[in-house]
Design a protein around this ligand. Structure first.
Ligand code: ADP
Ligand code: MG
Length: 706
């Protein structure tokens, strides 16, 4: 039975989170107030308070069935990591007690030697530390049968203090954008103690039947199908988007929502996406580090719940060739601790200096650092998605909509601007409510779009963590805000308004090349972008070089986000990961071809040969069609076998290269194209043989399951 049949959402929402009401209940008033100070004002968590908080967490979590605790972190593998410790401890007289101290809470020690460090850590310096990020609440993870672990969101660093995770630089970038934002707001006379980066992450995913999933090594090992001919029907009729949700998927979504609500995650919207078997979930936005933690939990919960429904959840960016891939739109805005959204145009944007400056700071940031943005969403998986089937191309530009564009044009040209009155859309029938028109239309083709009061970064891949793209959005914005603040600080107080106007004009004029309101999928845009000097990397291997760029190193140093050594280590890890992932794909394709496809089609070939023999014995004429089929199949089998050898040689060659970046380049240019060629032959064979002999489920089976 669903919980929601007997309980209201409000009665169980956040029941597994050490949230404000739990803190109030389990801490003394003084301790509660002190902890709030630590969380809200970034104070240091002292030992004494940590002891009290740990005790409260232990009480609360053990009452909820927890037997273990873990420091939960995001190593550079891109997933989350946890090592469980039970609460048990042995007392002086050998008795068992339950213990969880302030130091257990504040700091953990993990053997870092098996996590990627990109050369930062020698194996003899295996020590790594995890430290509580107390702005992200602790929570309890529960299995279906009730096994429960208290999870403490943490940052992860090496013995020598270098960040070994995705969270540390994100937190530092949030500080940076807050520092520079507050600085600018002070100049503009707006009182705020903090500027908060907010993120809402829309998560796309595929659901397929677990039985099909289990029969495909490619899905299991690489997350995507390496083979598969297009079925007669794909997504061309646009009949999946927002379509009625089938019962089986509905049950999955209902349980997923309940599990997320228990974890305090505000699962809000759900719908069918464009491709068959594709869906989306979006929570309500919140502070960036929490949104990032929650997104990791959303992905994990999706997989877990799918499994219990006999389904498999695919989070790969392009699980199926020929139909839409999955993205993770990162909706980004900046707000103050007083609740002001700094990217909200308001009723009179032309006069809204705060909006104009923050809005242009983001746009200018994209223009200056688009290579970092491109890097932040690059992976082997996303390379398969970007630029194909309704995914944004790899060229970065910003969509601001016609209203905003004409407003800025008017400002630059010195026209007086009539205050923009909200327009209403007339639906033509009186009894249909008249919706207010947004300040920008949707442009689904844009990789980075202003959508009324936030920017939506759509290039991020479905399996990626939100932390790196958000970190980059924070840094680029922090840097532009700091340049704006530098300029305005020098202005004479009496001329401030004039200087602000001049700054707005300069920012818009200097960075207008990044603004593109047209169709990003068109060929003309690729040419036009080149003409404008926008030179986005076309693939992950090239995109990673942004971490090796002087201008980018400077901005990371200036705002104290990552040291040069840490940037180098990240680049090394990304390249290493690219090579390893590509190699796994090739190994899988080779295995499936040699051990599944070739034996199956050769059996069919043999059957045809016998058929030709037997039919010829009766009459040569009867064997005509069988013979032709045999010839066709045999030619394809030979080609497939040749392709296998070619792929093996290309792969072995690539791995011989001494330098990892060279290996990556060889995989990209020499190996993966051969793998794609091999796939083409195999897919052709799939369509030429009887359905029963094909050794694994086809696209038609998988995408249109019952
Ligand atoms: P769509 O992209 O279809 O227009 P929504 O407007 O519902 O969808 O927004 C999608 C995501 O953007 C949701 O996660 C939502 O909470 C988030 N979002 C809305 N407003 C903001 C904001 N000011 N800052 C960051 N994210 C936001
Ligand atoms: Mg959206």
């Amino acid at each position: 039975m669903r919980i929601t049949e007997s309980k209201k959402i409000t009665d169980f929402f956040g029941c597994y989170v050490f949230n404000d009401s739990v803190m109030k209940k389990y801490l003394t008033e003084d301790a509660y107030n002190e902890l709030k100070e630590v969380i809200d004002r970034d104070k240091v968590l002292e030992k004494e308070l940590a002891n009290k908080v740990a005790e409260a967490m232990k009480e609360w979590s053990t009452e909820n069935g927890a037997t273990h605790y873990t420091h939960w972190f995001q190593p550079l593998t891109g997933t989350t990591a946890e090592k469980h410790d039970s609460f048990i401890s042995v007392g002086k007289n050998g008795e068992i007690t339950l213990e969880f101290t302030g130091s257990n809470l504040r700091k953990g020690e993990a053997d870092a030697s098996s996590f990627p460090s990109g050369g930062i850590r020698a194996t003899f310096e295996a020590r790594g530390y995890t430290a509580w990020d107390c702005s992200s609440p602790a929570f309890i993870k529960k299995s279906k049968d009730g096994a429960a672990v208290l999870c403490i969101p943490t940052a992860f660093c090496s013995y020598t203090g270098e960040a070994l995770d995705k969270k540390t630089p994100l937190l530092k970038s949030m500080d940076a954008v807050s520092r520079q934002g507050v600085r600018l707001l002070r100049i503009l006379g707006v009182d705020a103690r903090k500027v908060i980066a907010n993120v809402g992450g829309e998560q796309e995913y595929f659901l397929i039947d677990k039985n099909d999933y289990d029969k495909r090594y490619d899905l299991e090992f690489t997350g995507r199908t390496l083979f598969g001919a297009m079925p007669p029907k794909g997504q061309e009729k646009n009949d999946q988007y927002y379509a009625t949700i089938r019962d089986r998927v509905s049950s999955f979504m209902a349980e997923l929502n309940e599990e997320l609500w228990k974890l305090g995650i505000t699962a809000k919207t759900q719908h069918n996406e464009v491709a068959p078997a594709q869906h989306e979930l979006a929570p309500i936005f919140c502070q960036a580090n929490i949104a990032t933690d929650q997104n990791q939990l959303i992905m994990e919960t999706m997989k877990k719940v799918a499994d219990s429904h006999g389904l498999a959840c695919l989070l790969h960016e392009k699980p199926f060739a020929g139909i839409n891939g999955s993205g993770k739109h990162a909706n980004y805005s900046l707000g103050t601790d007083t609740g002001l959204n700094l990217l909200k145009p308001g009723s009179n944007p032309a006069e809204n200096k705060v909006f104009l400056l923050f809005f242009l700071a983001v746009i200018a940031g994209v223009d200056e650092y688009y290579d970092l943005l491109r890097m932040s969403c690059s992976s082997l998986g996303n390379d398969c998605r970007l630029g194909g089937h309704e995914a944004p191309p790899s060229i970065i530009s910003v969509f601001i909509g016609e209203d905003m564009k004409s407003l800025l044009d008017d400002i630059v040209e010195g026209h007086t601007i009539a205050s923009a009155t909200k327009q209403y859309i007339n639906m033509g029938v009186n009894y249909v409510a008249r919706p207010k028109r947004d300040t920008s239309d949707r442009n689904r083709t844009s990789p980075f779009a202003f959508t009324g009061n936030k920017f939506e970064f759509r290039m991020v891949g479905s399996s990626a963590t939100l932390s790196t793209p958000t970190m980059v959005m924070n840094i680029m914005t922090a840097e532009m805000l700091s340049r704006i603040a530098d300029r305005l600080e020098k202005a004479d107080k009496n001329d401030l308004d004039k200087e602000i106007l001049a700054t707005v004009k300069d920012l818009y004029t200097q960075h207008s090349r990044i603004i593109f309101n047209g169709n990003n999928y068109s060929k003309d845009w690729a040419r036009e972008a080149k003409r404008r000097g926008l030179d986005s990397a076309e693939n992950a291997v090239d995109a990673y070089e942004a971490l090796n760029d002087k201008k980018n190193m400077e901005v990371f140093q200036k705002h104290g986000i990552l040291s040069i050594k840490e940037m180098e280590s990240r680049r090394a890890i990304y390249i290493d990961n690219y090579v390893k992932s590509a190699n796994i794909e090739v190994e899988t394709a080779l295995m499936m071809t040699r051990r599944q496809i070739l034996p199956a089609v050769m059996k069919w070939q043999y059957k045809l040969a016998k058929q030709v023999d037997e039919l010829s014995e009766i009459d040569e004429a009867y064997a005509k069609t069988s013979k032709r089929m045999l010839a066709g199949i045999s030619a394809l089998i030979d080609k497939l076998d040749d392709a296998v050898e070619e792929l093996q040689t290309a792969k072995d060659g690539a791995l011989m290269a001494a330098d990892p970046r060279k290996q990556a380049i060889l995989f990209r240019d020499r190996v993966l194209p051969v793998m794609n060629g091999l796939r083409e032959i195999a897919d052709k064979l799939e369509t030429r043989v009887p359905k029963e002999i094909w050794p694994f489920p086809t696209y038609a089976d998988i995408l249109f399951y019952e």
